[in-house]
Design a protein around this ligand. Structure first.
Ligand code: ZN
Length: 83
């Protein structure tokens, strides 16, 4: 599955509900086939929900960025760096 790295931004917008409808549909198609991106969505959703519920006192930013780094590294190893 190629092109995951370019979905990172879309996934963030998707979770925020800001993603264009056409892109949203395309992303959902990709999510059906791509376990990595599904994990990303699930992880981000949980983070967002926690934030929105105001329970973020124990969800420091460094965890979020460490998580992002870990996922990015994983992707870059698997699919090659694309930017
Ligand atoms: Zn993907």
């Amino acid at each position: 599955m190629k092109g995951c790295s370019k979905h990172i931004q879309q996934i963030a917008e998707y979770i925020d509900g800001e993603l264009d409808e056409a892109l949203c549909t395309r992303l959902e198609e990709h999510l059906k086939e791509c376990n990595n991106c599904r994990i990303m969505v699930d992880t981000l959703k949980q983070t967002v929900v926690l934030c929105r519920e105001g329970k973020r006192e124990r969800l420091p930013e460094d965890i979020e960025s460490r998580l992002n780094d870990a996922l990015k590294n994983k992707w870059e190893k698997k699919f090659g760096k694309k930017s």
